[in-house]
Design a protein around this ligand. Structure first.
Ligand code: PRX
Length: 682
């Protein structure tokens, strides 16, 4: 439960200005609302729902669920029977009812400084309607799945909201994923259409996205499930002859080197399609529990899980968390540096900000390109007030000291946020002292693809902060800490972080595999949603996430499953067995350290090492590239043959105290593994 009193910390509790207008100005207010949100969810969420448009009112129970596998199937139904359209709430209402037609929805900032544009709410609505009509003309209907594989451009938002407008289900695949990963996701969600772009620059690196998309589509054909159409946005290339007549954007960032493959049977040009499309499109009214989107996240078996979110609960939760956690005010300029290909971008670039009529920065580039001041240059350029990034980016920039930050004044900043992994107190302090100049509270937001929005988080004007703690639960969220036997621990304790009841934004199922949903999240401790994270509660009741306690790794804020990387490694003909563990990394948080046992007659050398790294990159994507590959003639196993990863983690870190090794079948492998350690991994 939330403590009555919280300690006086030596950090500032929001600036005076922030407190004056804050939605939740004090800890007492937070506590009062929290109790109500948990005890009377209908009243709490029902009041917030009044801010949205409902075509029809809910008919069933307001919040109906079963969170306990021993009592039957797990289900969560929120405002069932009500109908609405999220796109209508995000755009039409802001344009026609809230007088925000000319307000800027996005400042788009390209990879190259100086390449920028703005889009207002009215323009966004027109473009979404046009593209919604395009999708309809291609036969896309309510409930159909559409795969989106695009860089960080305004058209990505247009594509996702166009799907939402017609009730289609988007499945966005981060543009850093490989062709193989894209194919796997297209097939799993049975997408009938793919939307992509020709290419983009990530820093000075040119990514030919269409080539990767085509490779993925070929793999789909090889597996007997061809995708019917592929719509390509021209972001970099000049008009290819095959698509003549298309009114392409001016080739401001044109890239003559980009060779775009074109298959007239499948490929369609975005610009040609929209040039004839009407900018009016009646929204499709959807039931609260209709599917909204699928987003894949790593699963411990190696096969990614298609996390499914539904309409009303997600909308309300993304909108409310955005408003309260960033203490959104109408004159804010908000910037979340995540990619829309991840859940952070879904909830806190598209859905949450637009639901509140906010102005956001949409950034295509990298924090280090063309130099390490880029973030702060952008903050000053747009007078950003609320800034949300990942610990890995903070640690990366921290390495360059305070000078690149102090080149810009950052006076506009009011609230800073972090997400994706535990933030170490050193990085927290740097963010607070150097970036925010002790003026801006830091909201360390803990959540997951599955939770839809923040679940443990400070509120910037209300919560006294402790560096490194995600502090307390958001409204409607009831955390608990369990020991290995599933007993709830009280007071200061450490164990499994679980949630005791649903909140509107929690995922509803794993697409196409409800059993996997139940097994992954509800089976270990019946009656609870299991996060897979370890957590400590201190003497003041603050929650501290200690990291994953399953077979998942968190590299630069991205979850990867050890099984997925291992299965990529063993696909190489030289590898008989592989075991992957995380090794602490000063910037990425964790890096991949892979042990490989080779088949007889194979030799471990640099060439093989590079081939294996490439194998993983090609199979999953660049984010999964291993840092270390070690030759392991034998792996430490229990007598029943289970790999003892706990020991491998110690070996990867060169820690000599292995603890209890009594279950180890053959202890001779250990010395050999220490001897074979990768020399660069000191
Ligand atoms: O381990 C936790 C970590 O990221 C995981 C969720 O990853 P994903 O579904 O990719 O979503 C990331 C963005 C929401 C969690 O299980 N994590 C996320 N935020 C934090 C965190 N760990 C500690 N502190 C956080 N603030």
């Amino acid at each position: 439960m939330i403590p009555d009193k919280v300690p006086e910390q030596d950090v500032i509790l929001g600036s005076g200005d922030l407190k004056k207008d804050a939605h939740i100005p004090t800890f007492e207010k937070y506590k009062e609302l929290y109790v109500n949100s948990v005890e009377n969810p209908e009243e709490f969420w029902g009041t917030l729902a009044k801010d949205f448009f409902w075509k029809t009112k809910h008919t069933g129970q307001f919040f109906n669920y079963n969170f306990d596998v021993t009592k039957g199937e797990i289900f969560i139904k929120f405002m069932e029977g009500a109908s609405t359209n999220i796109c209508y709430n995000l755009l039409d209402r802001n344009v026609y009812e809230k007088n925000l037609a000319d307000k800027i929805a996005f400042f788009w900032e390209g990879n190259e400084p100086g390449d920028d544009l703005t889009v207002t709410y009215k323009e966004l609505l027109q473009r979404v309607c046009q593209f919604a009509n395009v999708l309809k003309s291609q036969g896309v209907q309510k409930g159909d799945r559409v795969s989106i594989y695009m860089p960080m451009v305004v058209e990505l938002v247009v594509a996702m909201l166009a799907c939402v407008r017609i009730g289609a289900v988007h499945s966005i695949v981060f543009a850093g994923f490989s062709a193989e990963s894209l194919c796997e996701r297209i097939l799993d969600s049975q997408c009938s259409l793919l939307i992509t772009a020709d290419g983009f620059y990530r820093g000075d690196k040119l990514i030919n996205l269409k080539l990767l998309a085509d490779e993925a589509l070929q793999k789909c054909i090889d597996k007997g499930v061809p995708v019917k159409k592929c719509i390509m946005l021209k972001h970099l290339s000049k008009v290819p002859e095959e698509t003549a007549g298309c009114n392409s954007p001016p080739p401001k960032r044109s890239c003559p080197d980009l060779q775009v493959p074109w298959n007239p049977d499948v490929d369609l040009c975005w610009h040609t399609l929209i040039s004839g499309a009407s900018d009016e499109c009646e929204p499709e009214w959807c039931d609260s529990e209709d599917p909204l989107f699928i987003l894949y996240t790593s699963g411990s078996t190696g096969k990614p899980k298609g996390v499914l979110h539904t309409v009303s609960g997600y909308m309300l939760y993304a909108a409310t968390t955005f408003k309260l956690v960033f203490d959104y005010q109408p004159d804010d300029v908000y910037w979340c540096t995540a990619d829309i290909g991840w859940i952070t971008g879904h909830s806190y670039i598209t859905y949450g900000p637009l639901a509140n009529g906010a102005t956001s920065v949409l950034f295509e580039g990298l924090p280090t390109y063309p130099d390490v001041s880029r973030m702060w240059e952008i903050v000053d350029k747009y007078s950003v007030t609320k800034f949300y990034t990942a610990p890995t980016a903070i640690r990366l920039l921290m390495k360059f000291g305070s000078d690149p930050v102090q080149k810009y004044n950052r006076k506009s900043l009011k609230v800073l946020g972090t997400v994706g992994e535990p933030i170490n107190p050193e990085a927290w302090q740097w963010y607070y002292n150097v970036v925010g100049e002790k003026r801006c509270p830091i909201v360390d937001t803990f959540w997951q693809t599955e939770t839809g929005g923040h679940v443990l988080t400070p509120l910037p004007a209300a919560t006294p902060l402790k560096p490194g703690s995600a502090t307390f639960p958001f409204f409607g969220v009831v955390p608990a800490i369990l020991n290995e036997s599933g007993e709830e621990l009280t007071g200061p304790s450490e164990g499994y972080l679980v949630f005791k009841q649903p909140w509107p934004g929690v995922m509803r199922t794993v697409y196409g595999n409800h059993q996997r949903f139940e097994t992954t999240y509800f089976k270990k401790f019946p009656g609870y949603y299991v996060t897979g994270d370890g957590c400590r509660r201190d003497e003041d009741g603050y929650y501290w996430i200690t990291g994953r306690i399953d077979d998942m790794l968190n590299v630069s804020g991205h979850l990867l499953s050890t099984a997925e990387v291992e299965s990529a490694l063993v696909e190489h003909k030289a590898v008989a067995e592989a075991a992957v563990v995380g090794r602490p990394h000063p910037v990425k948080g964790e890096s991949l350290y892979c042990f490989v046992t080779l088949n007889d007659g194979m030799t471990f050398n640099q060439k093989l090492e590079s081939e294996l790294k490439k194998k993983v990159r090609d199979k999953i994507g660049a984010i999964a590239t291993p840092d270390f590959i070690q030759n392991a003639p034998g792996l430490p196993k229990t007598r029943s043959g289970k790999i003892m990863r706990r020991l491998l983690r110690k070996i990867a870190c060169n820690e000599k105290d292995l603890g209890d090794v009594s279950t180890l079948a053959d202890s001779s492998v250990i010395d050999q593994l220490y001897q074979n350690r990768c020399c660069s991994a000191v």
